[in-house]
Design a protein around this ligand. Structure first.
Ligand SMILES: [Zn+2]
Length: 360
């Protein structure tokens, strides 16, 4: 029986093939273990070197408005695979570029800059954005954000230009109901008017406020026609009319911040000699208004003396223009000079030094 069983165990051709496959499989597994697994271990070692620490080069950065900062940060370990994003606590003060290479100052202020790396590693730095300043001994106009808009014979407004935010004048005397002004101009005039009437006991009315391009065009054309009817040739009539009535697009009444005042119903060269007119001429700047066409600036404004015409420019501008005895044409040149002077000064003094000097 035993011999019979042994005989049955004799290897067949099929068995040999099966054993060969088995042996080859073992060899393949050994080869994989010898070559591929160590490679995998090596890979996982690199992957495990993720960020453990993240820090900015400085704790506090100072930049000027308009300047771009490229902050450096350190990572630990140095070979770590990093996936860093940078964000600002207030994006109205700085903007962070899409590729994270730059942080640009938009307006003065302090923000916290946060860098975040994977997995969950953070670093913070403070960024102080500083406005460019004039040198301390400068007498140039302060660096207001708004450069005064100007309309005169050399500077035309677009025919379509209509100021935004106008309101109907209905809180102070006005010659023709429905006339309009910019809301801030009217609000400032209400105060000037109340103070002027209180101080002088004489009433005053607005006889012209906002004038559209088309309305101004009608005024100018009529004036030219009247002069020509009196025998003037067209060219001379236009030049003469332009001394008192600006062609369409060249009148600051189109800005919505200019008013003509009168104690009567029409413009009068005597306005500056009336009690209320004299008071307004002396005190307009305290309310943000300026006499737009002074007697001693006709060469620069291109307009004859207009004692009745005032323009709202805001308190800061008005104080400077009044105290320096200049007109708007001179003022906008000084505004440009101030911007240049501040740029030069900012190259001589760092934003950090400027912030430190202001803090003292
Ligand atoms: Zn006017």
């Amino acid at each position: 029986m035993k011999a019979k069983k042994a005989k049955k165990k004799k290897l067949t051709k099929t068995d040999l093939i099966e054993y060969s496959f088995f042996a080859l499989s073992i060899l393949l597994i050994v080869w994989i273990c010898a070559n591929q697994i160590p490679r995998g271990i090596h890979d996982s070692r690199v992957i495990r070197e993720t960020l453990t620490e993240l820090s900015f080069e400085r704790e506090h950065y100072y930049i000027y408005v308009g300047e771009t900062l490229t902050p450096s940060y350190y990572v630990t370990p140095a070979t770590a695979i990093t996936d860093i994003t940078v964000s600002a606590s207030d994006t109205s003060v700085v903007s962070v570029s899409g590729d994270l290479t730059g942080v640009t100052g938009s307006t003065a202020g302090d923000i916290t800059l946060t860098a975040t790396g994977t997995p969950g590693v953070k670093a913070n730095a403070t960024v102080t954005v500083v406005e460019k300043q004039l040198p301390p001994d400068s007498d140039l106009p302060p660096l207001y954000k708004d450069r005064l808009k100007i309309a005169n014979i050399n500077n035309a407004l677009d025919p379509d230009y209509v100021p935004e935010g106008m309101v109907v004048i209905d809180t102070v005397p006005v010659s023709v109901p429905g006339r309009m002004l910019l809301a801030d101009t009217l609000a400032a005039y209400e105060k000037l008017y109340a103070a002027a009437v209180e101080a002088t006991g004489q009433d005053v009315r607005i006889i012209s406020g906002y004038r559209s391009y088309d309305y101004q065009n009608g005024l100018f054309t009529n004036r030219v026609k009247r002069l020509m009817a009196n025998g003037m040739d067209e060219e001379t009539a236009k030049l003469t009319a332009g001394r008192t009535t600006q062609p369409a697009g060249h009148s600051e009444h189109q800005l919505g911040n200019s008013i003509d005042l009168s104690v009567g119903w029409d413009t009068s060269y005597d306005f500056g000699n009336t009690k209320v007119g004299r008071w307004i001429t002396e005190h307009a700047h305290e309310y943000g208004f300026i006499l737009r066409y002074p007697a001693d600036k006709t060469e620069l404004t291109g307009i004859n003396y207009e004692p009745w015409h005032f323009r709202y420019v805001g308190l800061g501008h008005a104080e400077y223009i009044h105290s320096h005895g200049i007109c708007v044409e001179e003022y906008v040149i000084l505004q440009d000079e101030a911007v240049t002077a501040a740029q030069i000064y900012s190259q001589q003094i760092t934003a950090e030094e400027l912030a430190a000097s202001q803090a003292q």
